[in-house]
Design a protein around this ligand. Structure first.
Ligand code: FES
Length: 109
């Protein structure tokens, strides 16, 4: 697409309250669907590289918790809220359009 977004899945493939991982040319991107909002971020934990899509969403929070050693990241900013990870995740622009999930795989900021 001209604006740099790529279709990665149908909206039905990322149900509310779930995490999914997608392989893009640029690397693995995780997508979270939380309270009608979509978030896209690097799937590799900045601690030791575990897949965050295998982890859990924070309870009532817009966060993801790494399955390996429990680092917790803010889905909106990618910032680590709890260690051992100390570096932020890349976060990506994401949108739902015509029943598709579209990501621009260039980190924001
Ligand atoms: S790899 Fe994620 S917390 Fe260690």
């Amino acid at each position: 697409m001209e604006d740099g977004f790529v279709r990665i899945a149908s909206l039905a493939e990322v149900p509310e309250g779930e995490l999914r991982c997608f392989e893009l040319e640029e690397g693995r991107v995780a997508v979270a669907h939380v309270e009608n909002e979509l978030f896209a971020f690097g799937d590799e934990c900045t601690h030791e590289g575990c897949s965050l899509a295998e982890g859990e969403l924070g309870e009532g929070e817009e966060t993801v918790v790494c399955p390996c050693h429990g680092s917790e990241f803010d889905l909106r900013t990618g910032e680590p809220l709890a260690g051992p990870a100390s570096d932020p995740l890349p976060v990506y622009p994401i949108r739902a359009r015509d029943g598709w999930v579209e990501v621009r795989p260039i980190p924001e900021g």
